[in-house]
Design a binder for this molecule. Structure first.
Ligand SMILES: *Cc1c(COP(=O)(O)O)cnc(C)c1O
Length: 366
């Protein structure tokens, strides 16, 4: 194949909706509703409906959503929050920004999601919460995590940044914990034309507190009840998200079809795929595989014009930013194995059948 097949290409999606998005931008412009306002509120209402939750709060990015979730729960210095070692680093940032300490737990060998059987061993008198991540778009074992959190009086938060529209036992993610945090970074399944994020919750107190925290700690303009932040969502982002949300079910369906083709078509014993327990309905933000000689396979694919991604090459506990926490290689073997052996295959709704077949055939010839 002469043309390059990247891990992700956002052009097709944005060509498809360009006219509609530009018309919406014009409305935002006419109304000068650039920060918060009507277009953000409209998206919040639609997104809460989509997630089957009572409330949604739009913010400026997904990392902010995690930070604000911690603040709304009263988490701060001296507290510990358990998170998977195998995730994008931002899951840990939200905890660290408050002065609390992220405590890492390994992932499961087969599902690659947080290993809930290792959760209890991480709980101390300082533990306040668990943030589970629906990594690669696949729900983690929510029921097991919920049971443990309930038993030990801990908050459960969903990091659903990669999983807009994923379902657990038939219900959309976003309403299983105290709050769920979403990223609408352009590369996510639902991405804004710009930076954005959001939270969903069924709890009115959290909802009101989050609205105030993102807006300078203010409910009545120029009266500040606590130290707050400027973390509002922009109007252009909100308007683009309302349009894209309409397309999301189709785009996710397309991703699932591509994933199904990969799962059926890749028949190379050197390549392993993520195990999907029944009822854990993924939206395949990423399609990650592992192989013993990762760099060799990467080179082989690059030579055939296929350019996979690496998610993620260094697990959180071995990041330089967290050396002070004292973790070392060998602490979380499954997460470390993934980091050294993972590859993310091309995955986006506009991938053609021909491209998918080409990727499958090439992998099978390796
Ligand atoms: C993308 C992502 C975030 C952070 O979202 P941003 O909008 O980039 O700040 C957090 N957690 C996970 C798992 C993510 O993939």
């Amino acid at each position: 194949m002469n043309k390059k097949i990247p891990c992700l290409d956002l052009k097709g999606q944005h060509q498809q909706i360009k006219k509609e998005v530009f018309e919406a931008f014009e409305k935002v412009y006419e109304q000068t509703a650039f920060s918060g306002g009507h277009f953000v509120e409209e998206f919040e209402k639609n997104f809460a409906g989509f997630c089957d939750t009572k409330y949604a709060v739009g913010v400026n990015n997904g990392t902010t959503a995690l930070h604000l979730a911690m603040l709304a729960l009263g988490i701060g210095a001296g507290d510990e929050v358990i998170i998977p070692a195998n995730t994008f680093i931002a899951t840990a940032w939200g905890v660290s920004y408050t002065g609390a300490t992220p405590v890492f737990v390994d992932c499961d060998r087969d599902t690659w999601e947080m290993d809930t059987s290792r959760l209890e061993a991480k709980i101390t008198s300082k533990t306040k919460a668990v943030i589970g991540v629906h990594l690669y778009g696949q729900p983690f074992d929510i029921q097991a995590a919920k049971n443990i959190c309930k038993q030990h009086n801990l908050f459960l938060i969903e990091d659903a940044a990669q999983a807009q529209g994923a379902r657990y036992l038939g219900k959309p993610v976003g309403g299983f914990g105290e709050m769920a945090c979403f990223s609408f970074y352009p590369g996510k399944n639902l991405g804004a034309c710009g930076e954005a994020g959001g939270l969903t919750t069924n709890n009115e107190d959290y909802y009101k507190h989050l609205q105030s925290l993102r807006n300078h700690g203010s409910v009545v303009r120029y009266y500040h009840d606590e130290i707050g932040y400027n973390m509002r969502m922009g109007g252009l982002e909100g308007a683009s998200l309302t349009i894209k949300l309409k397309f999301l079910p189709d785009w996710n369906k397309k991703r699932k079809e591509i994933a199904g083709k990969y799962q059926k078509g890749i028949k190379n014993p050197k390549i392993k795929m993520q195990i999907q327990p029944s009822g854990h309905d993924s939206v395949f933000h990423l399609f990650v595989v592992t192989t013993e000689k990762r760099d060799e396979l990467l080179k082989f694919l690059n030579e055939k014009n296929i350019f996979p991604g690496l998610h993620y090459p260094v697990p959180c506990h071995l990041q330089k930013a967290y050396t002070s926490l004292g973790y070392k290689k060998g602490d979380f073997p499954n997460s470390e194995y993934l980091a050294d052996h993972c590859l993310s295959l091309p995955m986006y709704a506009e991938l053609s059948d021909e491209d998918v077949d080409y990727v499958i055939d090439t992998l099978n010839s390796y």
